[in-house]
Design a protein around this ligand. Sequence first.
Ligand code: ATP
Ligand code: MG
Length: 164
Amino acid sequence: MRRAIYPGSFDPVTNGHLDIIERGCKLFDEIIIAILINPEKRPFFTIEERREILKEVLQEINRSTCGLRVDDFEGLLVHYAVAQEADAIVRGIRAISDYEYELQMALMNRRLEPTIETVFMMPAEKYSYVSSRLVKEVFQLGGELNGLVPSLVEERMKQKMASG
Ligand SMILES: Nc1ncnc2c1ncn2[C@@H]1O[C@H](COP(=O)(O)OP(=O)(O)OP(=O)(O)O)[C@@H](O)[C@H]1O
Ligand SMILES: [Mg+2]
């Protein structure tokens, strides 16, 4: 039984995230999609909203060949990973710009917890420029999100915007 943690903000979940989850499923029996609670960031969606959206989106696609769980955590990722009895941390690499930061984090995490491996995965090229930050920017400027996020995510963003 191989278990991985896929940590991130998922504010909101994008098709790039889903691509990584699908690929990760080929390597692991279970992936816990773990939303990092970061009090310093001003998010678009609350943790509860992100949890709910992720669950719905994952149910909708429902083509995964592994077990998927949605959770959230605070504090050190490696502490959370050990508590969940995970073998690995999955991260996505889009470009060289991701690599530098990700390598630093992976090596620090290894130092803190040598039993947990970090696995880097590359998305399909069509998602290699998709980030939550850019999705929010495009959305706030009135651009189409078709193909970048699941339609449910775009709907929720519109609802949230409309409700102030
Ligand atoms: N399009 C994508 N392709 C591959 N990996 C991705 C993609 N988007 C995010 N990831 C990876 O998913 C993990 C979690 O990312 P995170 O939730 O921070 O998303 P993000 O899109 O980078 O958000 P933000 O723009 O707020 O930083 C990270 O390892 C990140 O590199
Ligand atoms: Mg990021």
